[in-house]
Design a protein. Structure first.
Length: 601
């Protein structure tokens, strides 16, 4: 039994959504549309919507198009039936027992659309806000199926789009051999981001046929999808393709080219999953006796020979040596500072100067108990009853340790960047914290204590039934509160998409969501009535607060304190602006080299 199996079953419904074999719904004439890309017919979906699934937005990145920028797709001539999701991009399976089996296809660049049930003659003048969902999953797992937008579209009168994009080392791979490609984008290494940009271009060109306004597009995403949203804010090729952005539990983490490419023992060391280190491992699997001989062989190969060899490998062969982590994710270098798709500097540096990016209204937020999803499987904090059911060893210790990581997440992904953005772009930055923790107590395990407002729990409150439903977190007792909070969050998200500010969520009497000022702090709290309800709050979390609290915690041994500091400020977020080696050493951490510390669970 995997150590995080229970949390995976509870919180991540990926396993329940992916790879389902079911009869596609029947196409209906009323869902016939004529976008420039070619004629499409969809089907009637729930919440009085129409849906179109599995629409290709670029050529399949197969053969010589692997590790190249996505190519435009020729217009199709025949009517395309869009009633089934496209293939997921290659990734490890998340279902229990899937082991190291790789699922999906490289022919995966598709998107899905949900709209209110407009008559065909109404679409031209509807000009509804468009909301493009970018799924999470560490940029190594997941699919557009995790963002079915029918409830959001139907209840809020918006168009919702969800997209697939290349994942992991097929979506991000930087190597000097690629710099012989035809264009700078081909050589960028950021193919997953370029896929997202290609999908936005498709939306801009075609969404009017579905009733959408191509001049009013909001990108929003959770976890790695939110990290990509923030990266797209700074990406020159993405400028002008969206007008608002929402980051749910994201990150400003981007990686220098050296970490993406170099050997781990170079003067500027590469990551364990850098392209050169991966090639070493592939060569060892092909017969090289050890790393040294693999490295020598790699150095001897011409660029053309190397790329031809790599493009001949199957996705399963490419993924074979990577080290899997929770839920099938694996560590690889994504969102690379290549100077073309992403700036060379960190995003904190870029966002400090409004001339270096195109400011748009932004929502940044996180969940109060982010880290509990991952740390609920930490054997130091959580044991197992009957070898399966999680049992918190000491609730006070569990809450205290997980709070460091959750608060660090909020500081580095929400409040610190919000402060920078608010200084750069004025009153168009909005901040929230998601506090819902009304999960059931099943007796053997109290999910409110184990997970609370954990990472990913917010998704179905924004997307509703189509947002990776969380069946074990729902109960009759929490239904009324869940339903109300879902309506409220959907309303604020849609009002922001429509107007560039969340206002009162479109409901008279609801709190006005105030912007985060350049000096001071304001955030919206999303909670049910028992925890104070939806309300504005002056609280924030800054990196210095986390560091001071950590340094003063006498209950932590020096090794554990150093481990937490390095995991938060260096390993998990690569937060260049907040990692301080002298500060680390002054905490008594000199004997704990950060490169010897593993990522947090």
């Amino acid at each position: 039994m995997k150590k995080l199996l229970f949390a995976a079953l509870v919180v991540i419904a990926i396993a329940l959504v992916f790879f389902q074999s079911q009869q596609p719904p029947e196409a209906v004439d009323e869902a016939l549309r004529h976008p420039p890309a070619g004629d499409l017919i969809g089907f009637a979906e729930r919440y009085d919507t129409y849906a179109w699934l599995g629409i290709p937005y670029a050529q399949p990145p197969l053969g010589d198009l692997r590790w190249r920028a996505p190519r435009p797709l020729a217009h199709w001539q025949e009517l395309r039936e869009a009633t089934r999701y496209g293939e997921v991009c290659p990734q490890f399976g998340q279902l229990p027992g899937s082991g190291d089996r790789v699922q999906g296809s490289e022919d995966c660049l598709t998107l899905n659309i949900w709209s209110p049930r407009l008559a065909p003659e109404q679409t031209e003048d509807a000009r509804l806000p468009v909301m493009v969902w970018i799924h999470g999953g560490g940029n190594t797992i997941g699919s557009s199926q995790m963002g079915a937008g029918y409830q959001l579209a139907g209840t809020q009168n918006v168009i919702v789009v969800s997209i697939n994009y290349r994942l992991g080392l097929l979506g991000w791979f930087s190597h000097p051999a690629l710099r012989e490609q035809n264009t700078p984008e081909d050589a960028s290494g950021n193919y997953g981001l370029l896929d997202q940009i290609a999908a936005l271009r498709w939306v801009h060109a075609n969404i009017a046929a579905f009733g959408g306004d191509p001049g009013n597009v909001t990108i929003f995403g959770e976890s790695a999808g939110a990290r990509d949203v923030v990266a797209l804010l700074a990406s020159p090729p993405a400028q002008g393709l969206f007008q608002r952005a929402i980051s749910q539990s994201g990150s400003l983490r981007t990686e220098p080219v050296s970490r993406a490419e170099n050997y781990r023992d170079d003067s500027a060391p590469g990551a364990a999953g850098s392209s050169r280190e991966l090639i070493n491992q592939w060569l060892i699997r092909a017969g090289a006796k050890d790393r040294a001989s693999a490295r020598a062989r790699q150095q001897q190969m011409s660029n053309a020979e190397l790329m031809s060899w790599l493009r001949a490998k199957t996705p399963a062969e490419l993924l074979a040596p990577v080290q899997r982590r929770a839920f099938g994710m694996y560590e690889t270098v994504t969102n690379i500072r290549d100077g073309v798709v992403l700036p060379i500097d960190s995003l904190f540096t870029v966002f400090a100067n409004p001339e270096r990016y195109r400011p748009v209204p932004v929502i940044l937020g996180s969940n109060r108990d982010e880290s509990k999803l991952f740390m609920s499987g930490d054997p130091e904090l959580v044991g197992k009853r009957f070898g399966v059911v999680p049992a918190i060893k000491d609730l006070e210790t569990y809450n205290r340790i997980t709070a460091y990581f959750s608060d660090g997440w909020k500081a580095l992904a929400v409040d610190e960047p919000a402060a920078v953005l608010a200084r750069s772009q004025g009153d168009s930055v909005f901040v929230y914290r998601f506090d819902w923790d009304d999960e059931p107590d099943y007796g053997l395990v109290n999910l409110s204590q184990l997970l609370g407002a954990a990472h990913g729990v917010d998704i179905p409150f924004v997307l509703g039934e189509g947002g990776s439903g969380l069946p074990l977190l729902a109960s009759g007792a929490n239904r009324a509160g869940r339903d109300l909070l879902t309506r409220q969050m959907m309303g604020y998200w849609a009002h922001f998409a429509r107007n560039g500010h969340p206002g009162n969520g479109g409901v008279a009497g609801q709190p006005m969501w105030e912007n985060r000022p350049a000096i001071g702090s304001r955030q919206m709290i999303f909670a049910t009535a028992k925890d104070g309800g939806v309300r504005m709050d002056k609280g924030e979390m800054r990196a210095l607060q986390v560091k001071q609290r950590l340094n003063a915690d006498s209950r932590l041994g020096p090794g554990r304190r150093c481990e937490i500091y390095a995991q938060i400020f260096l390993i998990n977020f690569h937060a260049d602006a907040f990692w301080n080696q002298q500060e680390y050493d002054a905490m008594g951490c000199a004997e704990y080299p950060p490169d010897s510390i593993k990522p947090a669970s």
